[in-house]
Design a protein around this ligand. Structure first.
Ligand code: 5RP
Length: 237
């Protein structure tokens, strides 16, 4: 099975959790987009839900599908957020932000009663950190913040370069919130809590992509002899 098939299988399982009247956080990325596409089909068939998108990309997709949307200011409490992840471990700790939407994704997930991750099972790891950790930073004082992030990362026993994320033309990328992203290529993160706390202590860091104690469950889809096998970490209820 291809990656898109696995993403769609995880998204389809998540769709079973949706009930009429729900206030939903809509994640960002290709797996979340697969979910939004399936949700759009259900909405076309009459399902009444309202969604809060975690990025402009998701807002555009959902709008195009006729999904009713609200801002988080209009709906500050949500029932459920469905979102992808770059890595998930056995304790449902995540790395997110590969799509540069980590700030809104974390705000929306934390405003939700529950967060369920959907992903290709290849994202399930024994230890976080092979995926470069995204860190959203303010534009002001970027060089100083970059150095302070490198020092913070080293202080908690992590090693590896911290690089400014650029677009294919070489320009630093801008998030929906107008910030830059530093990617910390650490290989492994021995203590995610310590790293998260160290990053938050750096002035100029707006948010980091470690989602700790936020996800309630992960729906993971793997290829088993050409069929999608869906497993669940945590509890879906
Ligand atoms: C965006 C994210 C995405 O959820 C994450 O990058 C996974 O994306 P995909 O489903 O395309 O693999 O955190 O900021």
């Amino acid at each position: 099975m291809s990656g898109p098939d696995l993403r769609r299988a995880a998204a389809a399982r998540a769709l079973e959790l949706i009930e009429p009247g729900m206030r939903l956080g809509l994640g960002t990325g290709s797996t979340a987009a697969a979910f939004v596409a399936l949700l759009g089909e259900r909405v076309r068939a009459g399902l009444d839900i309202v969604g809060v998108p975690t990025s402009e990309a998701t807002r555009l997709q959902a709008e195009g599908l006729g999904i009713r949307l609200a801002t988080l200011d209009e709906l500050p409490e949500l029932d459920l957020t469905i979102d992808g992840a770059d890595e998930v471990d056995d304790q449902l700790r995540l790395i997110k932000g590969g799509g540069a939407a980590l700030l809104r994704e974390k705000i929306v997930a934390c405003a939700s009663r529950r967060m369920v991750v959907i992903a290709d099972a290849a994202k399930h790891v024994a230890r976080l950190g092979a995926f470069p950790l995204p860190i959203e930073v303010n534009l002001f004082g970027l060089t100083a913040t970059h150095r302070a992030v490198e020092a913070a990362v080293a202080r908690v026993g992590c090693t590896g370069p911290v690089r400014l994320r650029r677009d294919p033309a070489g320009k630093p990328i801008l998030t929906d919130g107008g910030h830059h992203i530093l990617d910390a290529h650490l290989g492994a993160i021995p203590d995610p809590d310590a790293l998260g706390a160290a990053l938050w202590a750096v002035p100029g860091v707006v948010e980091h992509g470690l989602f700790l104690g936020i996800a309630d469950a992960a729906i993971l889809a793997a290829d088993r002899d050409g069929q999608a096998e869906v497993t669940v970490l945590g509890s879906l209820v």
